[in-house]
Design a protein around this ligand. Structure first.
Ligand SMILES: [Cu+2]
Length: 140
């Protein structure tokens, strides 16, 4: 038991080191000395509710802090139609950051991923309807 906890602590430290070393100009303002018991994350947790309805997202813009642990509560309200949430570097959608599983409506999914640590505008869309369902994912 003690051994396991130690391993977890080491893993957590490595994770923090790894996430802090990426990207220049990062302000490490928050010394996240969280009490034990919680998972060590690379950023503050952010929860976003996103609804897909009538082949459209209810949000065109999602804003999160750099490196945030993002949880998207995704709801698909289109019966018999598949949607998802996928995050890409830019609107060419060549480089994916996170691709959520497809959900056939009516249905829900919870997507969790780590936001980019670099401030900027990214691109999200539904991979099933890439021209109809898209938005800007802002890291700031
Ligand atoms: Cu869709």
């Amino acid at each position: 038991m003690g051994k396991l906890l130690t391993s977890l602590a080491i893993l957590g430290s490595l994770w923090v080191l790894a996430s802090c070393s990426s990207g220049p100009g990062q302000t490490t303002s928050s010394t996240s000395a969280q009490p034990s018991g919680g998972l060590t994350t690379s950023g503050p947790p952010v929860t976003v509710n996103l609804i897909a309805k009538d082949l459209a997202f209810d949000s065109k813009t999602i804003v999160v802090p750099p490196g945030a642990t993002v949880t998207i509560n995704f709801t698909n309200k289109d019966p018999g139609i598949m949607h998802n949430f996928a995050l890409y570097n830019d609107s060419t959608a060549k480089t994916s950051i996170f691709v959520g599983k497809f959900v056939t409506g009516p249905g829900t999914a919870v997507y969790t991923f780590t936001a980019p640590t670099r401030v900027g505008d990214y691109f999200f869309r539904c991979d099933v309807h890439p021209t109809q369902m898209e938005g800007t994912f802002v890291v700031e």
